[in-house]
Design a protein around this ligand. Structure first.
Ligand code: NI
Length: 181
């Protein structure tokens, strides 16, 4: 089921999401709905708070952009209760966008590599190191679980430049391409 995407201004996007109880009823359905919602909106990642659920679940799927980023050919992950266990000192810059912040893109600097411990959809504990654009996708989504958005991580000047657009989003004064809340 396609769920509405919670857009900038919704308090759930600023909450610290709660750890998932693996016996939670409807967990697989929620993951399926998040996936469908992300695909419907042409997204490459989504976090549960973006569909109004304050839970520590993220999905990333780079398979649709593998033409531009060949390393993403099989890059599709469901991460439950993810934790970053290592971050590189080295950083990378990528342009980011977000389904909860439509029509805004900004370059964001983040660690180039991270190691994440998480539970996959088969309920297996996995420790994985990410690099390149896949790492960036994961970093962006994990931020959502702690109430952060990419626009918090841009320069003061850039933030000022997008201020007007953000106010329009908050006022819902724009034309969404997908169902929003
Ligand atoms: Ni996002």
């Amino acid at each position: 089921m396609i769920l509405p995407i919670y857009v900038y201004g919704q308090p759930v996007l600023r909450e610290i999401a709660k750890p998932v109880d693996l016996n939670m009823e409807g967990l697989d359905q929620l993951i399926a709905d998040m996936y469908e919602t992300m695909k419907n909106a042409d997204g490459v990642g989504i976090a549960a708070p973006q569909v109004g659920k304050s839970l520590r679940i993220v999905i990333v799927d780079g398979t649709d952009i593998a033409e531009d980023y060949p390393e993403l050919k099989d890059f599709k992950r469901v991460m439950i209760n993810p934790e970053i266990t290592e971050k590189s000192e080295e950083t990378a810059d990528y342009s980011e966008g977000c389904l909860s912040v439509p029509d805004i893109n900004c370059t964001v600097t983040r660690p180039k590599r991270i190691t994440v411990k998480y539970i996959n959809q088969k309920r297996e504990t996995v420790t994985e190191t990410f690099d390149g654009f896949g790492c960036r996708m994961v970093e962006h989504e994990l931020d959502h679980l702690d109430g952060h958005m990419f626009i918090d991580r841009v320069s003061q000047i850039r933030r000022k430049l997008i201020g007007g657009k953000l106010r329009k989003l908050e006022a819902r004064n724009f034309r969404p391409r997908y169902k929003i809340k």
